[in-house]
Ligand binder design. Structure first.
Ligand SMILES: Nc1ncnc2c1ncn2[C@@H]1O[C@H](COP(=O)(O)OP(=O)(O)OP(=O)(O)O)[C@@H](O)[C@H]1O
Ligand SMILES: [Mg+2]
Length: 269
């Protein structure tokens, strides 16, 4: 039953941040295997949508529903959402002093695939019998090499002193290791140099295809979309999805800006 439902359905979602209503009835449906791009001006609420889907406590859902494979996502705790395969690559990744990249990823990996909830500081390898530290390490090194990430970063504290680009690479490394069903990439392209963008973009696209992921890309620029081509594009305006179209919408906005797109679609509809 659940597998027949769309991957994610956002229905008339209303979200408040610090007493301000940012999302005012946003609706969006994404199926497995589709790549959607969400466009919108600075401060329009794109990251707010991503945070609300993940269950960030600062983002209060005041109305609407979100279903993940037919299940009520908003009724789940944030960690349960992640375990089920909902993922957000943060626009501004945070540092986690005291927790190495490898341990952080191992904890998330065990939670996702072995149902184990262990602390990132626990060096025992966890209690879960199905988990092999050796195998995990091998996978981690393999993913880092594939994504052209310096493997010495694995032993450093997560994002502590990392460059902007290295932080974004860590987000994609998490995507590679956790193989979510639904991944939101919030401005993952910003801060990456052209070579890293190519590797990260191609890597993300290959992973998405291989695992039939549903992807929501949030970006201001076309360049990421060259590597991860969208099947759908949406324009977020006044707290709602004002326009849903094919990938040509991203081209139009890129070429002519938001004002032209707003006017055109206001006339059309
Ligand atoms: N913690 C917060 N406290 C106060 N206001 C917030 C907070 N988080 C978000 N907002 C406000 O909510 C609005 C939407 O922010 P959001 O980060 O979702 O925008 P965005 O579309 O992702 O923008 P950008 O393209 O610049 O990343 C903005 O006006 C922002 O200032
Ligand atoms: Mg944002």
């Amino acid at each position: 039953m659940a597998s027949k439902a769309p991957l994610i359905v956002v229905e008339d979602l209303r979200v408040k941040v610090a007493e301000k209503e940012v999302l005012k009835g946003l609706s969006l449906t994404i199926n497995a295997g589709e790549t959607h791009v969400l466009l919108g001006m600075n401060g329009s609420g794109k990251s707010t949508l991503a945070y609300a889907i993940m269950g960030h406590p600062n983002y209060t859902v005041t109305g609407g529903k979100v279903f993940f494979e037919g299940e009520d996502l908003l009724a789940m705790e944030p960690d349960e959402r992640a375990r089920k395969g909902v993922f957000l690559a943060f626009q501004h990744p945070i540092s986690v002093p005291g927790v190495s990249v490898a341990n952080f990823l191992r904890t998330a990996y065990q939670a996702r695939f072995h149902g184990a909830v262990v602390k990132a500081t626990d060096k025992s390898g966890g209690k879960d019998t199905g988990f092999s530290v050796m195998e995990f390490q091998k996978k981690l090194m393999g993913a880092m090499k594939e994504l052209h990430i310096d493997t010495t970063l694995a032993t450093r504290y997560l994002n502590e002193g990392f460059s902007g680009g290295e932080k974004k690479q860590m987000e994609i490394l998490q995507l590679a290791m956790l193989q979510p069903k639904f991944a939101m990439l919030d401005e993952t392209d910003s801060g990456l140099d052209v070579d890293k963008l190519a590797t990260v973009g191609a890597g993300a696209n290959a992973m998405a295809k291989k695992h039939n992921m549903g992807i929501l890309i949030i970006t201001h620029y076309k360049r990421m979309l060259n590597y991860v081509p969208p099947t759908h594009a949406h324009l977020l305006l006044d707290g709602k999805v004002a326009v849903s179209a094919g990938p040509e919408l991203a081209d139009e906005i890129d070429q002519h800006g938001y004002d032209v797109a707003k006017k055109k679609y206001a006339k059309a509809g």
